[in-house]
Design a protein around this ligand. Structure first.
Ligand code: AHG
Ligand code: MN
Ligand code: MN
Length: 297
């Protein structure tokens, strides 16, 4: 069995190698697949294709013992007992295409990856690495592990995929500039609405409808991203295993903070693979203000 570090490297090699193929396939896969996923959301052909390519590539990695995605009912066995013991395998949870509703409107979207050293569903504290691919004007990949956070540009040339590190120590700017809040304003609870009003008076709105693109704005310019608890859905919209945990891990390793409204997302108790959680990530001071605002009632 390979070492966890080499397994993590091999997982992100597989994700980077698959990214150009996914990007090239998107123009022809903007239509509904006619199916729904475990979260009860309609699935696009692009979601399924990305899931198939990434699933095959990640399950084939030596040292990956378990795999799950937003588009799969439960974790699939990838060979090898998952745990944090020496020589144990790792578990990988992905959102193959995050923000796929942006496909029709040709806006940014991405792929989110969480690598855990515990069986799924796992706690964010069991993450050993996390990352995302952003299909924007260029394709980038952000990877966080115990050494820090780096940003790479991923390009496909004639004989394969090239990865070049463009920022070896990605960290959240100290001065916040942008914010992006999901859901509809009337569906925001009063305490979050008051917080949002204060942030609107201070920062610039940057909300593109894909968590990966919106979080990348926050990592680049400083600020706060939220998909809050809603009146209609107290757990919000985003899924813990393959959206909230990986993003919280990345933002916290980049010097920011995360919260589910009461404390770090990484401490949310894992109960089910598709469980949802409210998501607030960004500069520490803005997350502290958020938790104070939600604590007022
Ligand atoms: P996915 O396409 O993987 O289901 O994720 C979409 C999520 C997330 O990317 C984004 O932050 C949020 O949905 C946007 O939701 P709204 O359309 O309600 O703003
Ligand atoms: Mn998503
Ligand atoms: Mn998705």
């Amino acid at each position: 069995m390979s070492s966890p570090d080499s397994t993590v490297d091999a997982v992100f090699d597989a994700v980077a190698a698959t990214a150009p193929e996914i990007r090239a396939a998107l123009p022809g896969r903007r239509v509904e697949s006619g199916t729904e996923n475990e979260s009860g959301e309609s699935v696009l052909a692009g979601d399924l294709y990305a899931d198939e390519l990434l699933g095959d590539a990640i399950i084939a990695v030596d040292g990956v013992g378990s795999f799950v995605s937003e588009e799969r009912e439960s974790a699939v066995d990838a060979g090898g007992a998952v745990g944090s013991g020496a020589g144990d395998a790792l578990a990988v949870a992905i959102d193959p295409l995050d923000g796929s509703s942006n496909l029709r409107s040709n806006n940014a979207m991405g792929t989110v990856v969480g690598v855990y050293d515990a069986p799924l569903p796992a706690s964010g504290r069991d993450l050993v690495a996390a990352g995302y691919v952003l299909y924007g004007p260029i394709t980038t990949m952000v990877v966080a592990d115990e050494t820090g956070v780096r940003e790479e540009v991923v390009t496909a040339d004639g004989d394969g995929v090239e990865r070049s590190v463009v920022e070896a120590d990605l960290s959240l700017p100290a001065t916040p500039t942008v914010y992006g809040f999901g859901g509809r304003v009337p569906d925001w609870p009063a305490d979050f609405r008051a917080y949002a009003r204060s942030i609107e008076d201070e920062l610039k709105l940057r909300y593109g409808g894909a968590m990966v693109g919106d979080v990348n704005q926050v990592l680049t310019y400083g600020g706060v991203f939220a998909y809050p608890a809603l009146r209609s859905a107290s757990e919000g919209k985003l899924r813990l295993q393959f959206e909230a945990n990986p993003i919280a891990y990345i933002v916290e390793r980049a010097g920011g903070a995360s919260s589910d409204g009461t404390g770090s997302i990484l401490d949310v108790e894992p109960e089910a693979v598709h469980q949802r959680t409210p998501v607030y990530v960004g500069n520490e001071a803005l997350i502290e203000r958020l938790e104070e605002a939600l604590d007022r009632e």
